[in-house]
Design a protein around this ligand. Structure first.
Ligand code: NDP
Ligand code: HSE
Length: 441
């Protein structure tokens, strides 16, 4: 049987998971593929670091160049992470015309076009299934399974750490800091975890999905991003009373825009923010570390992908699926059977958030006295923002009470300006809380 030799750089959470899954199912993969997969070297930073699964010392080196420069190694798996040395490692492997497999969404987000250009120049391939949604084969589905579709909308719960935190806050009333520490212990969180909780990791992932779906590389600077630091148990409770669940949602959709500048179809919304999702929608039931991607294709209609979005085993499954694709390419003698990224859209652009139209949930802390609601409503009315419902728990006159309002569709710019005016009213205490509401239409 033909043999493909593998080298891996990184033997931490994901790297050790890959080695373990290969040790478990390598023979099965070989039988299915007709090619034997053999690990030759695995580079780590230090031999004695604790690893979730053991890696034989005989395979390990602390010099990553030994992996890249080994003439026997045909496929290099990069599982170091970050945008520094990992980039050097990938470029060095591509320069040697070796196929690269990576899970590094931060690096792709920051330097995707440069890496794809280097891959094209060298005639090698660059695979990245594990970079989005852990074990869910979403990249392969967009590139191959849905090749006959345009994508009016993709909605993704794409960060396992945030979903784990939000779920435990909602269901157990757990504290943010405690649940985050637990997510770190389980190996879900990035280093540093701010990448997760500030929405950056989700930004990297939705940017990759949006780029594949719309055929132009989405610059991550153009992605409006908000994390989950401002999501409180109080807002989860009020959202629940109104029939909603709060999730950190990555959105890539042909946008409902205030202006019709340019070609509507080539203008897309790409964003990440905590969103109120109707409890009846399937995404509201995606809990814990699980991710889900709701993909609307113009031909296929609505589809849903669900699975573990982080962790050593789920991510290993995605890495090994890329390894198998790479081995198949080598077996067939066509290294770039499916190119890493094809830019096919000429006028693609991301709409500024101010132009996006959404519905809103707003929570204010107001002094309970006559005329308050009228003054706030007047500001929304002047901005042409309609109120669809109001909750104000009973309080004592003169005391601060929460005022929760659900608002109809309005451009984000109008909402931003109205809230700035409202926050200056003397009877409004503290910063208004605002989350967008998604109806998936
Ligand atoms: P870890 O921190 O657990 O592992 C990083 C590995 O890289 C370690 O084995 C470390 O060695 C090694 N390393 C660091 N610097 C060097 C170097 N200079 N030379 C050789 N090896 C080096 O990270 P993860 O496994 O969690 O993440 C890896 C990648 O996968 C990241 O891009 C991440 O974003 C991505 N990813 C992670 C997921 C997860 O659930 N954790 C899910 C999806 C993607 P040592 O062990 O000796 O310290
Ligand atoms: N930190 C990431 C998450 C890992 O929690 O989703 C998987 O990409």
């Amino acid at each position: 049987m033909q043999q493909v030799n593998l080298g891996m750089i990184g033997g931490g959470t994901v790297g050790s998971g890959v080695y373990h899954a290969w040790a478990q199912n390598g023979d099965l993969m070989a039988a299915r593929l007709g090619v034997e997969l053999a690990f030759r070297k695995i580079a780590v930073k230090a031999f004695d670091e604790p690893r979730p699964y053991p890696i034989p010392q005989s395979l390990m080196t602390t010099d990553w160049q030994e992996v890249v420069n080994d003439p026997q190694i045909q496929v290099v798996i990069e599982l170091v992470g970050g945008t520094g040395i990992a980039k050097t490692m990938i470029l060095a492997a591509l320069a040697q015309r070796k196929t690269v497999v990576t899970a590094n969404k931060a690096l792709l987000s920051a330097h995707g076009p440069e890496l794809f250009a280097e891959a094209a120049k060298s005639g090698a391939n660059l695979y990245y299934e594990a970079s989005v949604c852990g074990g869910i084969p979403i990249i392969k589905s967009l590139r191959e399974g849905f090749v006959a579709n345009q994508f009016p909308a993709i909605y993704g719960i794409v960060n396992g750490t945030c979903n784990y935190i939000l779920t435990r806050m909602k269901h157990e009333g757990a504290d943010f800091a405690d649940v985050l520490a637990d997510a770190q212990k389980q190996g879900y969180a990035e280093t540093p975890p701010d990448l997760d909780i500030d929405g950056k990791d989700a930004q990297h992932k939705i940017g990759i999905l949006a780029s594949l779906a719309h055929g132009f590389w989405v610059d991550h600077h153009a992605i409006h991003t908000e994390g989950i630091r401002d999501v409180s148990k109080l807002d989860m409770q009020f959202a629940g009373q109104l029939g909603y669940t709060i999730k950190l949602l990555g959105i890539a959709k042909q946008a409902a825009s205030k202006s019709a500048i340019g070609n509507r179809k080539s203008a897309i919304q790409v964003s990440v923010y905590p969103t109120l999702i109707p409890n009846a929608h399937v995404l509201a039931s995606v809990n814990g570390v699980f991710n889900a991607c709701f993909v609307r294709g113009d031909v296929v209609g609505d589809t849903l992908f669900y699975g573990r979005g982080a962790g050593k085993d789920a991510t290993a499954s995605a890495v090994l699926s890329d390894v198998v694709d790479a081995a198949l390419d080598l077996k067939l003698g066509g290294k770039v059977r499916v190119p890493p990224f094809v830019a096919h859209a000429k006028n693609g652009r991301v709409l500024p958030m101010d132009e996006i139209v959404s519905r809103y949930y707003v929570r204010l802390s107001v002094v309970d006295k006559p005329g308050v609601l009228a003054k706030i409503s007047a500001i929304f009315a002047a901005a042409k923002i309609g109120i669809s419902s109001v909750i104000q728990p009973e309080g004592h006159e003169g005391e601060s009470v929460p005022l929760i309002m659900m608002l109809h569709d309005a451009p984000n710019a109008a909402m931003r300006k109205a809230l700035a005016k409202i926050s200056k009213l003397p009877f409004v205490k503290g910063k208004p809380v605002m989350f967008r509401v998604e109806s998936f239409e």
